[in-house]
Design a protein around this ligand. Structure first.
Ligand SMILES: [Zn+2]
Length: 374
């Protein structure tokens, strides 16, 4: 888990004059290429690259050694590993994230945290209330991680059968009593939710529980919370955390897919003469070289071999021929899109990897595109 606490601590590295190494590594074990230590091989290649780029700097070699040690020992459980190493103050740590971030490596002043901060913005925090007529559990979900904040139980008795001669009247009195208690409980749950929204602000709200209890909570929500409601889902109140998280992630994924689809639509709409976007590998590579890319967008799984000029450092869509900018020698680059991503991030741009419908739409124009700054 990488909370604000860890982030602000790492952010303090910017106060150091000496450099820090930051490595973003894809460790998702659902991917074939990462199994059997594939992610370690990838880390070694990237760290070798940064080491040779700063060959004269003795500190970088210490940082790389420390980072490699951490990657070797890592027990993978997330999708992305963030390794930060600062030899000057003996800091070396690794954190795992439950979201996929583009692979990149940085040697600069201060830890490179922007991808995480942006992911936090983009993967909005969800507040969740899971309640029946007696119990209410409150959670937040961010960056794929679930935190349970509260578990409150009210004295709402289960509905019972009345007995005796005056059975009908007694029954309706009991039912009314039960309904009042249930409404009180729903209000308690909403108060707690309100407190949570002040303590751990969330952007979107999901109400979960048996259908009747959940819809009562929705009915009683104050307007401020009503505006955050994205969905009501049916779930037993004692569902294990794993199940709760699973259902929230499904909703989140749908919201994320919609966002990606809008992004790709925006990009496609700018693909005309004088428009602010380009698509397909070669034009995108050219725009990256010119530092014009604001948002690099590519379909999940997009892979293309490219090249890097050993003289001017530009990327080229085709290895093998001399550099089209300066005529220098071009060395092949295997995961060219990772290097392009890094270059875009270094220049303050953003990178989005899209899936599903957005990815299929983008496939029509070469599976990669870029929204330009100018
Ligand atoms: Zn060149």
């Amino acid at each position: 888990m990488l909370g604000r606490g860890v982030l602000s601590r790492l952010h303090c590295l910017t106060e150091q004059d000496s450099f820090s190494l930051t490595l973003y590594l894809d460790i998702d074990q659902n991917k074939q290429s990462n199994r059997k230590g594939g992610h370690v091989v990838q880390a070694e290649a990237m760290l070798r690259q940064i080491k040779s780029k700063h060959a004269k700097d003795r500190e970088v070699s210490k940082a790389v050694t420390a980072a490699l040690g951490l990657v070797h020992e890592l027990k993978t459980s997330g999708k992305t590993a963030v390794v930060v190493s600062h030899p000057g103050i003996g800091l070396a740590e690794v954190h795992q994230l439950q979201v996929g971030l583009p692979t990149s490596v940085h040697w600069r002043r201060g830890a490179f945290l922007r991808p995480i901060v942006e992911a936090m913005d983009e993967h909005e925090r969800y507040g969740v209330v899971l309640a029946d007529t007696q119990r209410a559990r409150l959670f937040t979900v961010q960056l794929g991680e679930l935190v349970e904040h509260e578990d409150l139980v009210s004295e709402t008795a289960q509905k019972t059968r009345a007995h005796g001669t005056d059975q009908w009247r007694a029954q309706s009195r009991q039912d009314r009593h039960h309904d009042e208690k249930a409404a009180l409980h729903a209000k308690r749950a909403i108060d707690a939710l309100h407190d949570l929204s002040l303590k751990a602000p969330f952007d979107r709200l999901i109400v979960a529980g048996p259908r009747k209890a959940a819809s009562q909570i929705v009915r009683l929500l104050p307007r401020r919370l009503q505006g955050k409601l994205v969905e009501t889902i049916s779930l037993p109140v004692n569902a294990p955390s794993r199940t709760v998280l699973g259902s929230i992630l499904k909703v989140q994924e749908r919201v994320e897919r919609e966002h990606e689809s809008t992004l790709v639509d925006g990009l496609l709409a700018e693909l005309h003469d004088g428009g602010k976007a380009v698509s397909d590998f070669a034009p995108v590579v050219d725009a990256v070289n010119q530092g014009r890319v604001w948002k690099l967008v590519y379909g999940k799984g997009f892979a293309s071999e490219g090249g890097e000029c050993s003289d001017c450092g530009c990327y080229l869509p085709m290895p093998g021929s001399p550099c089209s900018y300066c005529g220098g020698d071009v060395a092949p680059v295997l995961h060219c899109v990772d290097r392009l991503s890094q270059s875009v991030l270094d220049m303050g741009g953003r990178v989005e990897v899209v899936d599903g419908l957005a990815s299929r739409k983008l496939a029509g124009v070469g599976s990669i595109g870029a929204v330009l700054r100018y």
